[in-house]
Design a protein around this ligand. Structure first.
Ligand code: SAH
Length: 219
């Protein structure tokens, strides 16, 4: 990868407008909104999409995958109620944008991607951005990251038809898993581990994510 693109006044202005629109849609956590205002989303997109980076839309990032819509990133992040220093596992690194937002909130981020091309590209981008509190893994995320469990928070950014048991097992007591569940269209669920084998499920709005797939894909 070459050097990072510039972050001009134009980009910053567009970013402020995007964040205002997300605030108007009901996201009220100012820490999340500030992180999104601080992090240039166009760094995570190909040059061809640079001018569109501050539209509230998902865009292709290669390998048939997409960067999530900014509103969705804000929504999932808000449900996670991230506190500084928390250990957070993300399934579906993709462009790295969501991981970067979690990192700016002070989380210790572990992120897993099953597409080797995306894993390699995003790992390099995140280190170029100086985000030292993000670690990238090339794995099948349905198995989680047992050697680093338990996690305070787990975030799935692809559509799961069922909640993987291994992710539930890797939650700390009091920890929360945010996951879009469903096939065609998904309902956002937040599952809190309230005891050793006791979980509480809350349901939120509907979204549309790319599918959660099994296995890994080498380049
Ligand atoms: N969080 C990303 C969203 C990317 S889209 C971002 O901010 O850009 C979802 C990603 O999940 C895709 O990159 C896809 O390859 C990945 N994915 C799907 N199933 C997976 C699995 N089982 N393990 C790890 N990653 C997976």
């Amino acid at each position: 990868m070459t050097t990072l693109p510039e972050d001009t006044y134009w980009h910053k202005g567009m970013r402020r407008k995007l964040v205002d629109s997300i605030r108007r849609r009901g996201i009220s956590d100012e820490r999340i909104l500030s992180a999104m205002e601080a992090m240039p989303r166009h760094f995570f997109l190909e040059k061809a999409f640079e001018e569109k980076a501050y539209e509230d839309t998902a865009f292709p990032i290669g390998c048939d995958q997409t960067i999530s819509q900014p509103y969705t990133v804000a929504y999932q992040t808000a449900l996670l109620e991230i506190q500084k220093r928390e250990k957070v596992l993300e399934i579906g690194t993709g462009s790295g944008y969501q991981a970067a937002i979690l990192a700016l909130l002070g989380a210790r981020v572990f992120t897993i991607e099953r597409q080797e091309i995306l894993y390699l590209r995003t790992r390099e981008l995140l280190s170029r951005l100086g985000l030292r509190n993000v670690r990238c893994y090339f794995r099948d995320g349905s198995k989680g990251l047992p050697e680093f469990a338990p996690f305070d928070k787990i975030l799935v950014t692809a559509a799961a038809d069922a909640v993987p048991q291994s992710l539930l097992d890797q939650l700390a007591i009091g920890g929360m898993l945010v996951i879009p569940v469903g096939t065609e269209i998904q309902r956002m669920e937040r599952i809190t581990r309230v005891g050793e084998s006791e979980y509480k499920t809350e349901q939120f709005d509907h979204f549309r994510f790319v599918p959660f797939l099994k296995g890994i894909e080498k380049k």
